[in-house]
Design a protein around this ligand. Structure first.
Ligand code: PRP
Ligand code: GUN
Ligand code: MG
Length: 165
């Protein structure tokens, strides 16, 4: 699929993220029982912590991945996509495990981790259309041309009046 330019900015607050992660927990609670959670670093770690609390899961593992070339600049939306690199994987096929990430965009990360852990239940908070078919459970769909800004990537800053923008 040809890459889609990001035209819209979608800032997410801590409160909104927490609410969505709890909504995801409700859905997953109905689908359990679960043996544990595998968080896809780094974006999957905060959702994993919230799921673990709500589902009373103590077994949390990580699959450690880098995908975007951080050399372009520090703004994710402007970053150049690089090859996916698995720094650390998980033993087994993922059976009984929730595999969690913050979002699925092109589906490149999802495809890679699904190939490694084919029996895991892959869940995300946000999904864009290109990656949506690879996700078993997600909460909120956003358009392909939207860049989601997570609370851990943002700081409080002055916003100029709309008339001045
Ligand atoms: O569907 P894709 O196009 O593969 O994009 C989705 C992935 O991109 C982001 O991670 P990123 O690689 O930016 O790293 P991070 O989680 O460490 O921030 C996000 O957390 C997903 O893991
Ligand atoms: N923060 C963030 N990272 C991404 N990686 C791929 N798509 C996105 C996105 O929309 N937001
Ligand atoms: Mg990620």
């Amino acid at each position: 699929m040809a890459s889609v330019p990001y035209r819209k900015d979608f800032p997410v607050s801590w409160e909104e993220l927490h609410r969505n992660a709890r909504a995801l927990s409700w859905r997953l609670l109905e689908l359990g029982p679960w043996k544990g959670i595998i968080a896809i670093t780094r974006g999957g770690m905060v959702p994993a912590a919230i799921l673990a609390r709500e589902l009373d899961i103590r077994l949390i593992d990580t699959i450690c991945v880098t995908s975007y070339d951080k050399s372009a600049d520090n703004d994710g939306a402007a970053m150049v996509r690089g090859d996916l690199n698995i720094i650390k994987s998980v033993e087994g096929d993922g059976e009984g495990m929730i595999l969690i990430d913050d979002l699925v965009d092109t589906g490149k990360t999802a495809q890679c981790v699904r190939d490694l852990l084919p029996k895991a239940h892959f869940a995300t908070i946000y999904a864009k259309p290109a990656g949506k078919p690879l996700v078993d459970t997600f909460i909120t769909e956003v358009s392909q041309d939207t860049w989601i800004r997570f609370p851990w990537d943002m700081d409080y800053a002055f916003a100029p009046p709309m008339a001045d923008r």
